[in-house]
Design a protein around this ligand. Structure first.
Ligand SMILES: Cc1cc2nc3c(=O)[nH]c(=O)nc-3n(C[C@H](O)[C@H](O)[C@H](O)COP(=O)(O)OP(=O)(O)OC[C@H]3O[C@@H](n4cnc5c(N)ncnc54)[C@H](O)[C@@H]3O)c2cc1C
Length: 491
């Protein structure tokens, strides 16, 4: 089967590298990209499943961190989101201890109702290590069954794509430099027959993967698949991105700082810091946004801010006819929870599981689109959660607080508000612990805790909490710094 990928950004080269790694025998892969167009060039924070992607590609952690000037990410700190002056973290990994059918947070809530328990994140190893700028690999807390550190990475997206290109070309992927000028369809079926480049070259294929970025050259430009606009739930529509000097010490976590009409990201890499502002143009002009971002950088800028415009939402079908859209061409959710590269990865896993044999089967296409829709919608809800539960005074935040939200999210919030319950539905990306952290961090404390928390006496509960906190503090003390972990790896 001849597979043609359009686009050489992160998504194009992620697709090329994994397909060639897993299906090299069956596929003849060509990737077309145009330097004239360029890539979006941002996308520097990831979530833990990226470790699986690299493992499948046979990329060691050391190689990955060297090639991408990457660093470790233990979570995302949200500052000023609930209200100015308040911070919390969506830390990866477990919080506290698995307490069976009721989550650990019920024990913490019970302690809280008795005026004890401290801060929820006192019981998160990832949080404590992140704030102490510490890291090493730790599967479990020494001498216990408790989960150790769970990590993702920060990376230079341009370097990652370049490295994946190298790997893919070595495995036989053909790269064609050229601007796709038109797309020819088969008149009887509406399937894509071929691409015509500016040079006149014609590239034919059986399956086309659209990684052409926001423009969706094939999925929208040629196939007119349609786009579901979600700006009524996620009104930010612009971003400015700018690199600045590297931070010292190097934090092993992403920062997200809320401002009057949007939020700023800070991503620490080994050679520089990635920064940006995501904002809503109804409330902030481009000039105001630039001033706000430059004023709030933690280190000296290394370039001019790069403007990016987007419409939050998703392509109505991610797979249509013989075209699968991945990356920005499949839809866009702002990078608040670093999910875009992950969605490229999960789209590829889905595509490989449903890979066409002897022609494209409508039932496979339907299943691909069903799963993609569910994935997009659940991540969308998680992102809206950060906006809707806020206590900030500005007009933008008041609008977010009072806007109608999807029923699926309203139900989740009510379940938690009433009794501290969250249920992770099948294949949902974010775990219950992720939801607890954002809900609690955004000021939502349940009205009651689960009766199972009463099975511990007050003393037993105090012992549990004090024991866990002591264990975590002691473990963190013994960890090396993030910088020394990286120095060792880079050497
Ligand atoms: C502000 C912002 C911040 C982000 N932060 C994160 C983050 O922290 N974490 C994360 O996971 N993701 C993040 N993302 C998303 C991430 O950047 C993208 O998912 C990722 O870069 C993939 O982009 P892409 O490859 O789909 O598109 P692009 O990078 O836009 O690449 C498009 C490719 O298509 C080619 N092309 C287009 N038209 C033609 C044509 N006519 N002929 C030939 N070639 C063509 C271009 O040459 C280019 O190679 C962020 C996105 C934005 C906008």
């Amino acid at each position: 089967m001849k597979v043609v990928i359009v686009g050489g950004g992160s998504s194009g080269w992620m697709a090329a590298s994994i397909l060639t790694r897993l299906m090299n025998q069956q596929l003849d892969i060509t990737l077309v990209e145009s330097e004239q167009v360029g890539t979006v060039g941002v996308g520097e924070a990831t979530i833990p499943p990226i470790t699986h992607f690299n493992r499948v590609l046979g990329i060691s952690e050391a190689e990955f961190l060297k090639q991408t000037q990457g660093s470790i990410k233990l979570g995302i700190e949200f500052s000023d989101w609930y209200q100015p002056g308040q911070s919390y973290m969506h830390a990866f990994g477990q919080i506290g201890k698995n307490m069976g059918l009721a989550g650990f947070h019920h024990n913490w809530l019970k302690a809280k109702s008795e005026g004890q328990g401290g801060d929820f994140w006192d019981y998160s190893l990832n949080y404590q290590a992140a704030k102490a700028n510490k890291f090493t690999h730790l599967n479990t807390i020494p001498n216990t069954q408790l989960q150790g550190l769970v990590q993702a990475y920060h990376l230079d997206a341009g370097l990652y794509a370049a490295y994946l290109r190298q790997l893919s070309e070595k495995q036989g992927v053909k790269r064609v430099e050229g601007f796709v000028e038109s797309v020819t369809l088969v008149p009887e079926t509406g399937f894509i027959d071929s691409l015509v480049l500016q040079s006149g070259q014609k590239i034919q294929g059986d399956l086309f993967i659209d990684c052409s970025g926001f423009r969706g050259l094939l999925i929208e430009g040629a196939l007119k698949t349609g786009y579901e606009d979600w700006r009524h739930w996620l009104p930010c529509d612009r971003a400015l991105a700018i690199p600045s000097e590297k931070l010292d010490p190097l934090p092993p976590y992403t920062r997200s700082i809320a401002h009057n009409a949007g939020w700023q990201w800070q991503i620490p890499l080994q050679h520089r810091t990635g920064n940006g502002l995501v904002y809503c143009s109804d409330y902030l002009s481009d000039e105001q946004a630039q001033e706000l971002l430059l004023k709030n950088l933690s280190s000296d800028p290394l370039a001019e801010p790069k403007p990016i415009r987007f419409t939050t939402g998703r392509r109505v079908k991610q797979w249509h006819k013989n075209c699968v859209a991945l990356g920005l061409s499949s839809g866009f959710l702002e990078p608040l929870e670093s999910t875009s590269l992950h969605m490229v990865q999960s789209g590829l896993v889905r595509l490989i599981k449903l890979f066409p044999q002897n022609g494209i089967s409508p039932v496979d296409v339907e299943e691909y689109n069903r799963q993609s829709k569910v994935e997009f919608e659940r991540i969308r809800d998680f992102i809206i959660l950060h906006y809707v539960l806020n206590n900030r005074p500005e007009a933008f935040w008041q609008r977010c607080r009072t806007m109608p939200i999807p029923d699926s999210l309203a139900h989740k919030i009510e379940l938690f508000r009433e009794g501290g319950k969250v249920f992770r539905e099948q294949d949902e990306l974010f775990t219950e612990v992720a939801w607890y952290q954002v809900m609690i961090g955004q000021g939502l404390l349940p009205q009651k805790y689960h009766p199972l928390a009463d099975s511990l006496t007050t003393e037993q509960q105090a012992d549990l909490l004090t024991g866990l906190k002591t264990l975590i503090d002691r473990t963190v003390q013994q960890l090396p710094t993030h910088q020394s972990f990286l120095d060792k790896i880079m050497a």
